[in-house]
Ligand binder design. Structure first.
Ligand SMILES: Cc1cc2nc3c(=O)[nH]c(=O)nc-3n(C[C@H](O)[C@H](O)[C@H](O)COP(=O)(O)OP(=O)(O)OC[C@H]3O[C@@H](n4cnc5c(N)ncnc54)[C@H](O)[C@@H]3O)c2cc1C
Length: 408
């Protein structure tokens, strides 16, 4: 027998010293802090999960000690930076996808300020709990499809739920964002993307940093949902909120391109976390198949089981490989590609869903009980196919980049 003990990153070439150190630290944190906290949070009500004393706060505090600061990462050469991102995101989600999401969304205002080249906002947001508010209860896919690449030509957008007006040197925000804004209940700053109102008409749009302690900001109740229960989600309400012009990340002339580039940035992060979910599900199934006996032998001794585990392994590896390839491509390309980032997000979230579903099946009846870890992974994997843009919408948008006008 040629048993092969693979490192955490599977078939990846050996990591360098710094990558190995980060992977070891984050893995230790994921195993010892995130996994137990994630299970606890999964069983709390949405209100309890954000209340003082909830395990969430300890995780966020300890996550800071990992030293994964965005501005420090920005100093690294681009290929080194994205590889570290991929390694860290996978390990965090291997620990708990909801908590990994909580940690990641806190950095979105910094990341999107960097994307806009607004260093004042980068420094302002660094170290603060953050969120990204783009979708609205009446406009989910519509908001992510800012350039209307997949919208029906027969449709009319209707009234946006959240609008900004530019008055002198201030941006005035009114309205509300959807109940799915990740981290909204705990965030101190929001990277807000909304329509612009001018002369009674609205159009896409503006992106700006909104400090959430400004007068006129309020929040909804934390959302009760099936997956990612360690990550709070909720509405944000704006009542004549006055934001300084210095907080602007993109105005109407660059907004559509900014949303495109935001998706190119955000989608591979979701992909990397989905690789972590898939790997966790695969590992649980592999171990269970060694311990569970049927027909007098461990179920892995049945050749059919080996094929099923092989299929899971193959999907984890393929998802990781594409995710890292896309991150490397997009960070070095003159313009990042949504075709690429959507391919990574769709492939990795689909892989996580299929692998987690198969893990539930391999656990048999135990798979659907809350005493075993795989049903939670299945719920987390399901949510990932909706978060950050529904997979089919991203696929249609990414697919638009395949149209060669010269061949039409
Ligand atoms: C775990 C999670 C985390 C999230 N985090 C955030 C966050 O941090 N910030 C944020 O702003 N939002 C967030 N969201 C919201 C998420 O981005 C939206 O739920 C998603 O974009 C879909 O929007 P919707 O729910 O309104 O669905 P809808 O857009 O109403 O879609 C409903 C159905 O209609 C179909 N459909 C819609 N438009 C078209 C079209 N043009 N052509 C064909 N079919 C179409 C869709 O494919 C879908 O099946 C999160 C959601 C989840 C589940």
């Amino acid at each position: 027998m040629d048993y092969m003990q693979l490192p955490l990153s599977g078939l990846e070439a050996p990591l360098n010293e710094m990558e190995q150190m980060i992977q070891d630290n984050v893995h230790h944190f994921a195993l010892n802090v995130m996994r137990p906290a994630g299970v606890e949070l999964d069983r709390l009500s949405a209100d309890e999960a954000v209340a003082p004393g909830s395990p969430l706060w300890k995780v966020l505090e300890k996550a800071n000690e990992l030293g994964l600061s965005m501005t420090a990462m920005a100093e690294l050469p681009p290929l080194d930076r994205v590889k570290l991102f991929a390694i860290a995101s996978e390990e965090l989600a291997w620990g708990d996808a909801g908590l990994a999401g909580s940690i990641l969304v806190n950095h979105f205002p910094v990341i999107y300020s960097m994307l806009a080249g607004n260093m004042e906002m980068v420094h302002y947001c660094e170290g603060k709990l953050g969120c990204w508010g783009i979708t609205e209860s009446e406009h989910g896919s519509d908001m992510l499809d800012a350039n209307a690449a997949v919208a029906s030509p027969a449709g009319s957008y209707g009234r946006p739920s959240c609008v900004a007006r530019i008055v002198g040197d201030k941006i005035i925000v009114n309205g509300q964002k959807a109940a799915w804004i990740s981290g909204a209940v705990t965030a101190e700053v929001c990277a807000l993307y909304c329509h612009l109102e001018e002369g009674g008409k609205t159009r896409p749009g503006v992106a700006l940093i909104v400090p959430l302690d400004l007068p006129g900001v309020s929040r909804g109740k934390p959302l009760d949902k099936i997956g990612f229960r360690g990550m709070n989600q909720g509405e944000l309400y704006f009542d004549n909120v006055e934001v300084p012009m210095a907080n602007l990340l993109a105005g109407p002339d660059t907004y559509q391109d900014f949303v495109y580039r935001t998706l190119c940035e955000a989608n591979p992060h979701v992909a990397a976390t989905s690789v972590g979910i898939a790997r966790a599900a695969f590992e649980h199934a592999l171990e269970y198949a060694h311990h569970r006996k049927q027909g007098g032998v461990a179920i892995i001794q049945h050749t059919g089981m080996r094929l099923r585990l092989f299929e899971m392994f193959r999907k984890v590896e393929a998802a990781r490989a594409l995710t890292r390839r896309v991150m490397a491509f997009n960070t070095t390309a003159p313009r990042p590609s949504l075709l690429a980032s959507a391919a990574a997000k769709v492939t990795a979230t689909q892989a996580a869903f299929e692998v987690a579903s198969e893990a539930v099946q391999i656990f048999g009846g135990n798979g659907v009980t809350r005493e075993y870890p795989v049903e939670k992974l299945f719920r987390d994997a399901r949510s990932s196919m909706i978060a950050d843009g529904l997979n089919e919408i991203l696929g249609m948008k990414g697919g638009s980049d395949l149209i060669n006008p010269d061949w039409l």
